[in-house]
Design a protein around this ligand. Structure first.
Ligand code: NAP
Ligand code: ZN
Length: 346
């Protein structure tokens, strides 16, 4: 099946309309007519070569919501007409310890990313900036009908990437949680941490988005450009989730953790972060990383968001505005996720 898509032809080049091939629907596959695809900063890191060479042309997009239009003969979980989602991975071995533990994203044999990865048939995966995608049914999520489709798309990456560490490190009543960076991931972290019952602080570069941050569920908001912030909040937080796409002064942020506190990095900058171990030793602190989340946890997150009426704050754009949107994300000028209406690709 040949379908329209928006692709980057080479590293750092603008995306343009093209056509790509989607495989035939196999026995365990689902064909999805895509409605919306979110723009994640990871798409931009990939296209710009921040994370190394990529198999260009690359069709990014791993925040996909659409409708099932065909299912393979062995598929029982999804039906034609269902509203479904696809996140950052489309396959894994299913047999290693991590897959068996529901951590398919850490598959010991390598999970298959939704784009710029090598699928089990040896072809290169292509993502959601496209009209259709064929995905193994086990990696397709059910998107509750009560969620707005465009607002639900970013949950498939920004939602699960923040939900997973918030749950793992116990964000909830009595816990003080800080979110660094109020972008796509950051604004989801604020909404989810608030819904989990935590006391939430936004640490943003400036106070420009303070009103938004408080409206989204933050209890406190501070500018990291103000050196007083680091004095005033020293030793305060149980958990800090760093969503920043660039490298930050890690040691300054570690100083904001209470004894036994943890700073979890989900932001994935190209540059290394430098860590002075004294920043950890001084208060038995931990520094951790976390990558998206497993399939069962992603479904749990979608159901949690439906229950708490949580979607992303989105700016829906037509596909021909993707390159402008990339520029705006790079300038931290996004409130708070661009989502492509992929019907504009038809
Ligand atoms: P985004 O929408 O661009 O948000 C990043 C935010 O970081 C910006 O809005 C800005 O917030 C802050 N920021 C940007 N540059 C900064 C700088 N130089 N110094 C300090 N703060 C800065 O990006 P996103 O889509 O949320 O993604 C964030 C990062 O997470 C990316 O690196 C992405 O690749 C990564 N990611 C990781 C996973 C995972 O599984 N671990 C999954 C998805 C994405 P303020 O304006 O509020 O300061
Ligand atoms: Zn992403």
């Amino acid at each position: 099946m040949r379908v329209n898509a928006y692709a980057a032809p080479a590293a750092g080049r603008p995306l343009a309309l093209t056509t790509i091939e989607r495989r035939d629907v196999g026995p365990n596959d689902v064909l999805i007519e895509i409605q919306y695809a979110g723009i994640c900063h990871s798409d931009i890191h990939t296209v710009n070569g921040d994370w190394g060479p990529q198999p260009f042309p690359v069709v990014p997009g791993h925040e996909i919501v659409g409708l099932v239009t065909e299912v393979g003969s062995a598929v029982t979980r999804h039906h034609v007409g269902d509203r479904v989602g696809v996140g950052c991975m489309v396959n894994s071995c299913g047999e290693c310890t991590n897959c068996r533990n529901g951590d398919e994203q850490y598959c010991l044999n390598g999970m298959v990313p939704t784009y710029a990865g090598t699928d089990r048939d040896g072809t290169t995966t292509q993502g959601g900036y496209s009209t259709h995608v064929v995905v193994d049914a086990d990696y397709v999520l059910s998107v509750p009908e009560s969620l707005d489709a465009a607002a639900a798309a970013p949950l498939l990456c920004a939602g699960i990437t923040t939900y997973a560490p918030l749950r793992r490190w116990g964000a909830g009543p009595g816990k003080k949680v800080a979110v660094v960076g109020l972008g796509g991931l950051g604004h989801m972290a604020v909404k989810i941490a608030h819904a989990l019952g935590a006391d939430v602080t936004v640490l943003s570069q400036s106070l420009k988005k303070q009103e938004d941050g408080l409206r989204l569920g933050a209890d406190h908001y501070h500018a990291t450009s103000d050196p007083d912030t680091f004095k005033q909040l020293a030793g305060r937080f149980d958990l800090i989730v760093n969503t920043v796409s660039a490298s930050i002064d890690l040691n300054a942020y570690l100083g904001l953790l209470a004894v036994d506190g943890t700073l979890v990095n989900v932001g994935a900058p190209a540059e290394p972060l430098s860590l002075h171990v004294m920043s950890l030793i001084g208060a038995r602190r931990s520094f951790a990383g976390s990558m998206i989340g497993g399939i069962a946890l992603t479904q749990e997150m979608l159901d949690f968001c439906a229950e708490h009426n949580i979607g992303a704050e989105v700016e829906v754009i037509s596909a021909d505005k993707v390159n402008e949107a990339y520029e705006r994300v790079l300038a931290s000028d996004v409130r708070y996720r661009f989502v492509i209406d992929t019907t504009t690709l038809a």
